[in-house]
Design a protein around this ligand. Structure first.
Ligand code: HEM
Ligand SMILES: *[C@@H]1O[C@H](CO)[C@@H](O)[C@H](O)[C@H]1NC(C)=O
Ligand SMILES: *[C@@H]1O[C@H](CO)[C@@H](O)[C@H](O)[C@H]1NC(C)=O
Ligand SMILES: *[C@@H]1O[C@H](CO)[C@@H](O)[C@H](O)[C@H]1NC(C)=O
Ligand SMILES: *[C@@H]1O[C@H](CO)[C@@H](O)[C@H](O)[C@H]1NC(C)=O
Ligand SMILES: *[C@@H]1O[C@H](CO)[C@@H](O)[C@H](O)[C@H]1NC(C)=O
Length: 323
């Protein structure tokens, strides 16, 4: 009798403990057991066509989660040009990230129609591209529902700026329950991909009295950047975020920061600010500490603003609300 009571109590606690909005690794275990294989296949096919698949998908996941939560709201297309992806601050999200999710969703729908959210497909794809670039793997928590809102106006002020200082970066991440160490580890995503000249050119030239040449830049690296981005730069030119191993997901990003070769102000500040310097040095020296912190932070990022039940839906088409 006592044993029964104990068992019942444990069951009740388990059910309550799962709680609303909580994700689980095996969410599609019975409804779509092969979903991760299907997504990986689609991501690999896309990667075989273009490397941009990797940075574009990873960044898309970050932007989705920071605006309205990880709910695929960033994927919504709008005829009036006022959805999230239309915001000036969509920061030139590369179309290949959108295409990766759309292709993966099509492949998933062919096997398990109407079951898997676009938000979960993006979360799986973000993990897969990190692995394809040589980064760490991890189990992705699943069970997100796709959001019902996507507004360009929501983007403004919700994404960190390349000119942000440490306090500003910390406060933007803290809102989403991400710590300074999470923020530093996630910034390691800049070990791949590109940034356009407009994002860092203020560090190269003395455009006004208030913005002198950034003294934290390594002089040779600064020269390299000046030749890629002259004062009258072509706005379509983009430069590798990691000048040393641009296509590898490794800890060289942090070694670059130590060497004054951080591309954005928001990158280099992680080393120049005393409050974060020791973490950058640790990640530069010990790759394992970086990959462990990155995995922890990606899992936490994936929990931001997750929708459950009526708060969301399983979209049929990732670019449009069901109706
Ligand atoms: C810490 C604050 C961050 C700031 C201020 C920031 C800012 C930027 C900027 C300005 C660009 C260049 C965009 C362009 O010119 O096209 C960029 C690129 C990129 N960011 Fe971040 N970012 C931050 C954090 C993150 C995080 C957390 C991730 C993912 C986990 C991420 C992933 C990327 C990737 C992969 C690219 C390259 C995109 C491409 O090549 O298409 N960033 N970021
Ligand atoms: C991608 O390319 C690799 C190497 O060329 C090949 O082995 C693999 O089968 C391709 N995968 C897909 C899904 O297209
Ligand atoms: C990003 O926004 C600009 C307008 O600000 C728009 O021209 C561009 O197509 C958008 N990019 C994507 C990928 O939606
Ligand atoms: C915030 O993060 C901490 C530590 O990772 C976790 O214990 C806590 O449950 C999180 N809170 C919310 C509201 O997600
Ligand atoms: C930037 O310009 C101002 C005046 O235009 C000048 O006084 C200052 O020395 C310049 N700084 C650098 C680093 O060139
Ligand atoms: C670095 O990682 C090792 C194990 O991988 C761990 O024992 C150590 O505590 C970590 N260092 C810091 C400062 O977190």
């Amino acid at each position: 009798m006592e044993a029964w009571k104990g068992l019942c109590l444990i069951l009740v606690l388990l059910v309550l403990g799962r709680g609303e909005g909580q994700l689980m690794e095996n969410f599609y275990g019975s409804s779509c057991p092969t979903v991760e294989d299907i997504v990986k296949q689609a991501v690999t096919t896309k990667f075989n066509q273009t490397f941009t698949t990797i940075p574009a998908t990873l960044r898309l996941f970050f932007h989705d989660c920071f605006v309205e939560g990880c709910d695929a709201s960033v994927l919504i297309a709008s005829p009036n040009g006022d959805a999230e992806k239309d915001a000036p601050d969509n920061l030139s999200l590369a179309g290949d990230g959108f295409d990766t999710v759309i292709k993966a969703k099509e492949a998933v729908e062919a096997q398990c129609p109407g079951v898997v959210s676009c938000a979960d497909i993006l979360a799986i794809a973000a993990r897969d591209v990190v692995v394809l670039a040589g980064g760490p793997t991890y189990s992705v928590e699943l069970g997100r529902r796709d959001g019902l809102i996507s507004k360009a106006s929501q983007v403004t002020g919700n994404l960190p700026e390349p000119s942000s200082n440490l306090d500003h970066l910390n406060s933007m991440f803290r809102i989403h329950n991400l710590s300074q160490i999470d923020m530093i580890a996630l910034s390691g995503a800049h070990t791949i991909g590109f940034s356009h000249c407009s994002r860092f050119v203020n560090r190269l030239y003395n455009f006004s009295d208030s913005s002198p040449l950034d003294p934290s830049l390594d002089p040779d690296y600064a020269k390299q950047l000046m030749s890629a981005c002259p004062k009258n730069f072509d706005p379509s030119i983009a430069v590798d975020n990691d000048p040393v191993t641009p296509q590898l997901f490794d800890n060289v990003y942090y070694k670059n920061l130590v060497a004054g070769k951080g591309l954005l102000t928001s990158d280099e500040v992680l080393f120049t600010d005393r409050a974060s310097k020791s973490s950058v040095k640790l990640f530069a020296k010990h790759s394992r500490n970086f990959t462990q912190a990155f995995v922890t932070a990606m899992i936490k990022l994936g929990r931001v603003g997750v929708k459950v039940d009526k708060q969301g839906e399983i979209r049929k088409d990732c670019t449009a609300f069901n109706s």
